[in-house]
Design a protein around this ligand. Structure first.
Ligand SMILES: NC(=O)c1ccc[n+]([C@@H]2O[C@H](COP(=O)([O-])OP(=O)(O)OC[C@H]3O[C@@H](n4cnc5c(N)ncnc54)[C@H](OP(=O)(O)O)[C@@H]3O)[C@@H](O)[C@H]2O)c1
Length: 103
């Protein structure tokens, strides 16, 4: 489970939604998760195992807080979608609700 906060591209883009959100420890830890996704997907590229990063959205949990936009069921969708990918589904990607998120 990653986060949009992992995105180096969006952090480097001044008008992106996360440009001013720079808690370094959290963001760097999620960027490391994404690096692991790419490396593990490569390691397992000749197996049926799929490795992807997920951004769940901004979800009303203890972490996300009451101000978050998505309820918990909505926030679970990306992770569940990636957990039940078909055999020809993607591996080594970064997704939110079926759409790619920039690295
Ligand atoms: N909520 C958002 O808006 C949002 C956005 C982007 C990404 N994410 C990511 O989504 C994931 C889930 O976040 P959440 O919003 O559900 O957060 P949360 O409500 O704070 O829940 C965090 C969960 O992690 C467990 N946990 C924390 N430290 C642990 C440890 N050292 N060992 C084992 N379990 C530990 C907690 O267990 P206990 O309850 O037992 O303490 C809890 O179940 C996280 O990786 C977060 O970074 C969330």
């Amino acid at each position: 489970m990653s986060s949009i906060e992992a995105s180096l591209t969006l952090h480097a883009t001044p008008n992106s939604p996360i440009y001013d959100s720079k808690p370094f420890a959290y963001n760097a830890s999620k960027a490391a998760v994404n690096a692991f996704t790419i490396h593990l997907a490569h390691e397992l590229r000749n197996t049926p195992v799929k490795i992807n990063s997920a951004h769940p959205g901004w979800v009303k949990t203890e972490l996300g807080g009451e101000g978050a936009m998505m309820d918990i069921a909505e926030g679970a969708k990306t992770g569940v979608e990636l957990a039940i990918l078909p055999d020809d589904g993607p591996s080594g990607g970064f997704f939110h609700l079926g759409e790619p998120v920039p690295w």
